[in-house]
Design a protein around this ligand. Structure first.
Ligand code: GUN
Ligand code: ZN
Length: 443
């Protein structure tokens, strides 16, 4: 790493969360040091953070990146994104199923070629860091080799990803179908090779209910039972057409959530994208099981799937854990800033106006908790990996003009969520190494 064996100091306006600002007092939840510093050890972990004036003597001689008034935050965590869809954003489907059949399945078939997947993995991981995203829960394709090359590329970069081979054995082109036995066998082999290797984690990945037979869901549940330390990653209750199809395929299930529940696929390590049309019974069951529902606002509006109701899903007497994600390529931007802005718009359409601190918490520490990785990532506390994004609140003329009116840190963050995107990302660090952006210095 550029930090060298002795480490590095990153200076700027340091912001991190110790609690959820939506529920805790700001003094408890928010840590902000306008002239702040983060000291990083040679192995890429944070060893200190606070007011730059209080930087301990032993770190003062370390090489330093001084970002001045720019914000230094924990890197964004994208809780649901599709690597093989990296170049098919803005494909105009009439709804989810039309979009899958016309654009997505044909594109994903290319990933049978390991060389295609290898090149795509590099572009995809580049895209993440260009947008300030330092960790992600990533869908791959049905091909074992595509999952392999993605893990290998992330490992070379020292990047934390949770991923896995997709399981799908029906209602898709034959070239994208495995079968219950081969899917389970390939998943086992990938878990043995990649799970907990460095910063990588495995997710047992059922695409969604309608592309798996009961036999395959049973195998997936058995995998989850054998590997309780692995994540489970899938889609749930996204579009009307999908739900109708699911009902025909699983007439004995109480509802969509029950399809997964019957096979042991709910739990605190399970992440389900969307959850737009969940009933009261489903929310109660998701809450009880500790399952995470991941809100994907740009995808939900682009595919016309519906408006996620965070007040309903997160209701305080039976709260379901809620994450946030881009869902590229159903989602229309890799930017978690843009995604936060769209989440705000979806919320206000439902009568809620989440605060900017709550939004930024969700994209950092909140998602780290959703992944069960908050002791590793998501904040700038000592011991965590130095995965960091540096944001410039004056990055564009529009942001600059708006920033002149900013009245508080929260107001600055709000403007970044509504107006910001990759142009606001000045630098990205993974394990203390600058992987995006130029070295800061005199203009
Ligand atoms: N449901 C099943 N597959 C997909 C996918 O690729 N994208 C989205 N948004 N939903 C899905
Ligand atoms: Zn998705």
């Amino acid at each position: 790493m550029t930090a060298g064996s002795d480490g590095r100091v990153i200076r700027g306006a340091v912001l991190t969360y110790r609690d959820d600002p939506a529920v805790a007092e700001p003094d408890r939840a928010v840590r902000f040091y306008r002239n702040g510093a983060v000291a990083i050890s040679g192995d890429g972990r944070i060893v200190w953070r606070g007011h730059a004036g209080r930087l301990p003597e032993r770190f003062r001689a370390l090489p330093s990146d001084d970002h001045g008034e720019a914000l230094v935050l924990p890197g964004f965590i994208d809780a649901h994104v599709h690597f093989p869809q990296y170049r098919m954003l803005a494909a105009p489907g009439k709804d989810l199923l039309d979009w899958l059949n016309r654009f997505t399945f044909p594109e994903e078939q290319r990933y049978a070629s390991p060389s295609h997947a290898r090149a795509a993995a590099e572009v995809f991981l580049d895209r993440l860091v260009q947008h300030g995203t330092t960790a992600a829960v990533v869908f791959s394709t049905v091909h074992r080799s595509a999952a392999e090359v993605l893990f290998a590329a992330a490992e070379r970069r020292g990047q934390a990803i949770v991923s896995g081979k997709t399981l799908m054995d029906r209602n898709a082109p034959a070239a994208l179908c495995d079968d219950p036995e081969s899917g389970a066998r390939d998943s086992e082999a990938l878990i043995a090779r990649w799970h907990r290797r460095g910063r990588l984690r495995y997710a047992i990945t059922v695409r969604f209910a309608i592309t798996s037979t009961e036999a395959q869901l049973r195998e997936a549940g058995a995998l989850a039972a054998r590997h309780p330390d692995c994540h489970v990653h899938s889609h749930l209750s996204e579009s009307a057409g999908e739900i109708e199809f699911m009902r025909r395929l699983f007439p004995q299930a109480k509802d969509y959530t029950d399809v997964y529940d019957r096979f042991g696929l709910l739990g605190p390590r399970s992440l389900y994208a969307h959850g737009i049309h969940l009933s009261e019974r489903e929310c109660a069951r998701l809450s009880e099981s500790g399952t995470v529902v991941v809100h994907c606002p740009t995808s939900n509006t682009f595919l016309g799937s519906g408006l996620f109701d965070a007040a309903h899903v997160g209701r305080s007497d039976r709260p379901v854990r809620i994450g946030i994600a881009t869902d590229v390529g159903g989602g229309t931007s890799y930017s978690m800033l843009y995604t936060l802005g769209e989440a705000y718009k979806v919320a206000i359409l439902g009568g809620r106006t989440p605060g900017a601190h709550a939004l930024f918490h969700l994209a950092t520490r909140g998602n780290a908790m959703n992944l069960g990785l908050d002791d590793e990532i998501g904040s700038l506390e000592p011991g965590r990996w130095a995965d960091i994004v540096v944001l410039d609140p004056t990055a564009t003329p529009v942001l600059e003009a708006r920033h002149a009116l900013s009245e508080s840190l929260e107001d600055t963050l709000f403007a970044l969520a509504i107006l910001g995107d990759d142009r606001a990302v000045r630098a990205t660090y993974i394990a203390g190494r600058r992987v995006w952006g130029a070295a800061p210095g005199p203009e």
